[in-house]
Design a binder for this molecule. Sequence first.
Ligand SMILES: Nc1ncnc2c1ncn2[C@@H]1O[C@H](COP(=O)(O)OP(=O)(O)OP(=O)(O)O)[C@@H](O)[C@H]1O
Ligand SMILES: [Mg+2]
Length: 625
Amino acid sequence: MLEAALQTAVEAVVIIDERGIIRTVNPATTTVFGFQTDELVGHNVSTLMPEPFRSRHDGYIRHYLDTGERKIIGTGRHVMARHKSGAIFPVHLAVSAFEHEGARYFTGIIHDLSKRNDAAVLREQTLLQSIFNQLPEAVLVSDHAGTIALCNPAVGRVFGYSPEELIGQTTTLLYKDDAEALRVRALKGGLSDQEFHPPSTVTFRRASGEVFPAETVISLLRGERGESVGFLFLVRDISRQVAQDEALRKSQRLEAIGQLTGGIAHDFNNLLTIITGNHELLEMELEDSEQLDLLSRANNAALMGARLTNRLLTFARRRLLEPAVLDLNEQILGMAEMLGRTLGESIVFGTVLAPGLWSVRADPGEIENAVLNLAINARDAMLGGGRLTIETSNVILDDADVVAEPGLAPGEFVQLSVSDTGTGMSRAVLAQAFEPFFTTKEPGKGTGLGLSVIYGFVRQSGGYVTVSSELGKGTTVKLNLPRATVPPKERTSPAPAESARIGNSERILVVEDNADVRAVTVGRLRKLGYTVTAAENGIEATEILGADARFDLVFSDVVMTGMSGFELADWMRENTPAIPILLTSGFAEGVSQAGEPASSGLRILRKPYSSTELAGALRRALDGR
Ligand SMILES: Nc1ncnc2c1ncn2[C@@H]1O[C@H](COP(=O)(O)OP(=O)(O)OP(=O)(O)O)[C@@H](O)[C@H]1O
Ligand SMILES: [Mg+2]
């Protein structure tokens, strides 16, 4: 009966002697392992085991016979078994020992686990397959020689090769260069499979030739018998993140430099306003031509200082801009002749102006400055002659572009690009080109402020600047300014130059909290023929106006402690609506919060101003023009 049970059992039953030789097997054994009975009986049972157990099996038996120490006998456990085809599959093995006619035997009862729970296995496989297919990271498997055996669809996105193109190639193809391939080989050599290996940054090359950094996990792959069969690579492209970090670092650095320079320039500007104002007053007193000459030299120096501080303020995005809605094509055409003269005869100058160009809202004076500075940079880079091209176009900035420019929203931009065929810049120069005072020109030839000023102005106008340049391959600088929603106004002919018009004894209330600036302003206005009253701050101004409203104009600083010029203007709209107000400021602070000066209907005179500019602005405000 027992024999009948053995013959029909689902489990494989194998009896071996103490040398490990199979003495008998039941029919299920042939089904489970694929061997015929005569291929098993008389052979070592290790035939049914995969490496490394196979080689060790004789040792196991000897160990038991020598020591009586049981590792498996009497208990069951899950082990791997080997099919005739070479396939390795899981089984449950229970072993017992018995003696028969003075010899020792072992019985193994083997239950095939590979067919167990097909649905669960299938689910697991489907899950793994879809992870492999859907993973955004590239996954590659290579053998020891580096030949790619398997890769997932993401390699297409990351490397630009299809999986079919890669399989059979060696991984060397994917590295930036031989040095990187060698480095990775060393990394692979140091791998062990016990520990977790943190990702390393590896530099790869895409099919397009583009080089990119990727966070890469490399691990040893083991076969089912525990032998190492190759390597698994998980590759996460971090080029976008690196570019973003770089751009952020750069803009934070410029921001920090801007804070510093802006602060210094702000204070200097106030000092220069006092110096030039006093010069003008003194000039009216002096008659001696030699003294007048000395004064005019001092004044010229002060004006140069004012120009410099103004450029610094622009870089720091703290200059009070006077934006207008513009057609950049028109601006460039208006400058063409001047540019041609600046560039000289050895440089060919051309423009490619897009028809239907959107309008922008920007300060026309700053645009002109920017184009001129870029043209001069180009000229300096093309001493042996070359070609300068100015192009305009409408561009749409999408999210991918925005990430590289912190603080910028996607949208419609007008691009003004200036390219030359000059020397180009090295990476080191390019990295610093926007920093104020960075110049590669000889002392006296360049101040290193050209690009910084352009950067500050464009950022303050809501746009961004990009430069591409390579040594020997020329340079392209692109200014991207946000599209304006309103069309440009018809160009009005510029106002005729104002002569220093003399006031008609009109009464002006000056509001200024800096005593020196106040004294200069009062002096200048009196010289111009006005009757002047001064207030130290906004509150005092409201008190004066409350007591006596017979003023023809209030001339007030914007940035004051306590009540600002804007708040004073608000108070006046309520209380003395008939009196016009002219504000003055050198800085963008406060102005941007209160809205654009043009849209708020307030007149603002930009500091520092000459007496002529002051007289003109006062006249227009008084006459309501
Ligand atoms: N078109 C260009 N080709 C090659 N190098 C350039 C170009 N434009 C700028 N550079 C490099 O960038 C540096 C900084 O330029 P930037 O315009 O800010 O200052 P600068 O021209 O040296 O001085 P400044 O403009 O104040 O007179 C230059 O000194 C030069 O090295
Ligand atoms: Mg320059």
